[in-house]
Design a protein around this ligand. Structure first.
Ligand code: FAD
Length: 603
C-alpha cells in the first residue's frame, strides 16, 4: 500500500531523534512520503486531503507520542480524498516506553510495524524464558500485601521488601474507606497478620532493594537490610524501651501531627509487631551517648551496635508496588500550609480523625501550649481542645494545575467527601464546605456517596477557592461559587487540603535499576495501558497499585490480584516473557512483513 507517514507530537518527546526515525521510515519500501509536522501542528483536513489525493496515499501512519489525538483529522482527510478512512494506523512512541534507552531502535520498529498494519506487540514478541519460582515484591502497602498473599497461598515463595518498619502502607493510616465507610483496619489488619505468619512469605522490613541483575525469569536482587537493632524473635513489644528513650521526633505514621520516640513501633497493629531503632535520631547510634533502652530492656534484645547487612536472593519475577507520596502542601503558597496551624493536609486529617490516632479520633483544632521540656510554646492537638465550628475542604490542591501536577489524583474528590461525612458525623453542628472544580465520583457507588454527603448537610460549592488567610486569629477562605455566580469570603476554624499525589521518593532510582520507564508524570509505565496494564516493558517485572498511577483501594487490589495471576501463570508454566528488546530492528521488520503477508493471504 502506498503509505504516508506523518510525525505529530502532542508534547516534545525528550531524547528521541525524530529526524533519524523519519529518515528510516522514508527508506521503507511501502512509504511514499514522510512529513515531520512538529508539536501540536495546526492541521487542515482539506489541505491534507488534497495532498493525500495528489500522492495517491492509501494508508496513513501517524507517528508520535499520542498519535490517537490526530486520528480523527487524518481519517476525515482520507474520506475527503475518497480513500478508505479506516486505513489510518497509529505508531505510538509512548507505548512500551519508546523513550527509554532503547528508544531510537524501538521507535523505528514501531513505525515499521504500523506501515505494515501489524501490531508491534505481535512482531516484537519476546522470546520465552525459564522462570525461577520465587517472587520479589517491592513495597508492602495493600498492593504488595494482596499480591504476596495470592502468590504465597498458591504455594510459591515470596520475598516482600518494605522500606519502613511495618507493612500496611497508607491504608493503615485510614479510619474509614470511601464509599462504604468500612473500617480500614478491619479489612487490612487480617491481611497484614496473614503476611506476617505465612510460611511462604519472607517479610523483609526496614530494607531496600539496591541492585538487580540478571534477566527475565532469573533475576538476582541485592537487599540492604538496615539494622533494626532489636531482635524480632525476642521483642515482646512491652514499650519499656520507648518509655525511657529521651528523644522525641515527629511520627511519620501519624503524618507528623504528633511525636514518637527514637526506638518505636510505628503503630500498635504493625507487622512485624516489634520495636526498631531510628538510627538517624538515636543519640547512641550517632555519638555513643545514652543507651538507656538497651539497659532497661527486660528481654535484653536490643543491640544498638548491630550493623546493616546486604543479602542476595534469586527470583523469577519482580512486582513493583511502591505506592505514592503526597505533594508538599507548602508549595501551594496561597493556602498557607505551614503558616497557619489549622490548615491541615488530608493525611494529617486522616490521623486526627482516626480512633487510634493521637486524639482518639476527636476532631479538635490545634492549640498553643507551653512545652516544659523544650521551654517554648508549641502547637498541639490536645484531645480536650476545642472542636472546629466550621471546616472548609479544598479539592485539587496541586492537582489538575500546570504549575504542580497537571493530572488528576483521582482519589481526592472521594476522600474529601469522606472527610465531610466524618466532620458532620462527629460534630453535628459544625458547618462544612467543600470547594471542588469538577466532582469525580466515577466508581461503583461513588455518585450515590456524593449525593449522600450533600444530604448530610455539607455545603458543596463548585469553584476554585483562591486563598486562605488569617485575620484576628481566624482563618478566612476566599473563593468563587461559579454555579451561583458570586465570590465568597467567610471565616472557618479549620481548612483541609486535598493535596495531589506524586510518585514516591526513590522512584527514579528504582526505574533505572529495574529498567522500567516512568511516564511523563513520573509514575511507572505499564506495557500497554489498555491491553496489558500490569506488565512492563521489562519481562518478568510488573506494576501493581498506585505506583503505576493514582487509583483507589478497590482498583489497587484488583490490579495486584491480576499481577499475582500473571506471576503464577509464568511460574506454573515454567515460562515467562523475556526482554522486549531481544529481537533486532531488522528481525522485527522481517517478522512484521511476513505477518502482513500472512494476513493478506490467510490461506
Ligand atoms: P501505598 O499505600 O503507598 O503503599 C506503598 C508501600 O511501598 C509503602 O508501605 C511504602 O513504604 C513502600 N515503599 C515505597 N517505596 C519503596 C521502596 N523503594 N522499597 C521498599 N518499599 C517501598 N482509597 C480508597 O479506596 N478509599 C479511601 O477511603 C481512601 N482514602 C484516602 C485518603 C487519602 C488522604 C489518600 C491520600 C488516599 C486515599 N485512598 C483511598 C487511596 C489509597 O491510599 C490507595 O489506593 C492505596 O493506599 C494504594 O496502595 P499501594 O499499596 O499501591 O500504595
Amino acid at each position: 500500500m502506498r503509505t504516508g507517514v506523518y510525525f505529530c507530537q502532542v508534547e516534545q518527546t525528550d531524547g528521541l531523534n525524530l529526524d533519524a526515525v523519519a529518515k528510516y521510515a522514508s527508506n521503507l519500501p511501502e512509504v511514499e512520503t514522510v512529513e515531520v509536522l512538529g508539536v501540536r501542528p495546526q492541521l487542515s483536513p482539506q489541505k491534507l486531503a488534497e495532498s493525500l489525493k495528489q500522492l495517491r496515499i492509501e494508508r496513513v501512519v501517524i507517528a508520535g507520542d499520542q498519535p490517537g489525538y490526530y486520528k480523527p483529522i487524518f481519517a476525515r482527510s482520507m474520506a475527503l480524498a475518497g480513500h478508505d478512512p479506516t486505513e489510518v494506523r497509529l505508531a505510538s512512541f509512548r507505548a512500551r516506553g519508546a523513550t527509554s534507552q532503547y528508544s531510537l531502535e524501538r521507535a523505528k520498529a514501531i513505525v515499521a510495524c504500523a506501515t505494515m498494519a501489524v501490531p508491534y506487540a505481535l512482531a516484537a514478541i519476546p522470546a520465552e524464558t525459564p522462570v525461577h519460582p520465587a517472587t520479589l515484591i517491592i513495597g508492602g502497602g495493600v498492593a504488595g500485601i494482596q499480591a504476596a498473599l495470592e502468590i504465597a497461598d498458591a504455594g510459591k515463595q515470596v520475598y516482600l521488601v518494605e522500606r519502613t518498619g511495618t507493612i500496611g502502607g497508607h491504608m493503615a493510616m485510614f479510619d474509614k474507606t470511601f464509599p462504604t465507610l468500612d473500617c480500614a483496619a478491619c479489612i487490612l489488619t487480617p491481611k497484614m497478620v496473614a503476611v506476617g505468619q505465612h510460611d511462604m512469605i519472607d517479610l523483609i522490613t526496614n530494607s531496600e532493594v539496591t541492585e538487580v541483575s540478571g534477566a527475565p525469569g532469573a533475576y538476582r536482587a541485592k537487599i540492604l537490610k538496615k539494622a533494626r537493632r532489636v531482635d524480632p524473635k525476642a521483642c515482646v513489644a512491652c514499650s519499656i524501651c520507648s518509655d525511657v528513650c529521651p528523644i522525641s521526633v515527629p511520627s511519620d505514621f501519624d503524618a507528623n501531627i504528633t511525636t514518637r520516640k527514637a526506638i518505636y513501633v510505628p503503630f500498635p497493629q504493625a507487622v512485624p509487631n516489634v520495636y526498631l531503632v531510628d538510627a538517624a535520631n538515636c543519640t547512641y547510634v550517632k555519638n555513643r551517648k545514652c543507651g538507656a533502652c538497651a539497659k532497661k530492656c527486660p528481654k535484653e534484645c536490643i543491640n544498638l551496635d548491630e550493623k546493616d547487612e546486604t543479602i542476595e536472593i534469586d527470583v523469577g519475577n519482580i512486582i513493583i508496588a511502591t505506592g505514592y507520596d503526597v505533594l508538599d502542601a507548602g508549595k501551594v503558597e496561597r493556602y498557607g500550609y505551614g503558616k497557619h496551624p489549622n490548615v491541615l493536609t488530608a493525611l494529617e486529617f486522616e490521623r486526627l480523625t482516626n480512633a487510634s490516632g493521637p486524639t482518639g479520633g476527636r476532631i479538635v483544632t490545634r492549640t498553643s501550649q507551653f512545652n516544659k521540656r523544650l521551654k517554648q510554646d508549641e502547637w498541639v492537638f490536645d484531645p480536650a481542645g476545642p472542636p472546629p465550628k466550621s471546616v472548609a475542604i479544598i479539592h485539587c490542591v496541586g492537582s489538575r494545575d500546570a504549575s504542580y501536577n497537571p493530572y488528576c489524583s483521582r482519589v481526592c474528590c472521594m476522600y474529601s467527601l469522606k472527610f465531610a461525612h466524618l466532620v458532620k458525623e462527629k460534630l453535628h453542628d459544625a458547618a462544612c464546605y467543600e470547594f471542588y472544580i469538577d466532582m469525580r465520583a466515577f466508581g461503583k457507588g461513588y455518585e450515590e456517596f456524593a449525593e449522600r454527603i450533600k444530604q448530610e448537610g455539607a455545603f458543596v460549592v463548585r469553584g476554585r477557592s483562591a486563598t486562605v488567610t488569617e485575620a484576628h486569629g481566624q482563618l478566612v477562605v476566599k473563593g468563587e461559587d461559579i454555579v451561583n455566580d458570586r465570590l465568597l469570603e467567610f471565616p472557618v476554624d479549620m481548612v483541609l487540603l486535598a493535596v495531589g499525589l506524586i510518585p514516591p521518593q526513590g522512584t527514579e532510582a528504582l526505574s533505572k535499576m529495574l529498567g522500567v520507564t516512568q511516564g511523563p508524570d513520573g509514575w511507572f509505565s505499564e506495557l500497554d495501558y489498555n491491553g496489558n496494564p500490569t506488565d512492563t516493558e521489562r519481562g518478568g517485572i510488573y506494576v501493581a497499585g498506585m505506583c503505576q498511577a493514582p487509583k483507589d483501594i478497590p482498583d489497587t487490589v484488583a490490579q495486584a490480584s491480576a499481577v499475582a495471576a500473571g506471576v503464577l501463570r509464568s511460574i506454573s508454566s515454567g515460562r515467562g516473557i523475556g526482554h522486549w528488546d531481544t529481537l533486532s530492528l531488522s528481525e522485527i521488520e522481517a517478522k512484521a512483513r511476513s505477518l502482513a503477508s500472512a494476513m493478506q493471504n490467510p490461506g
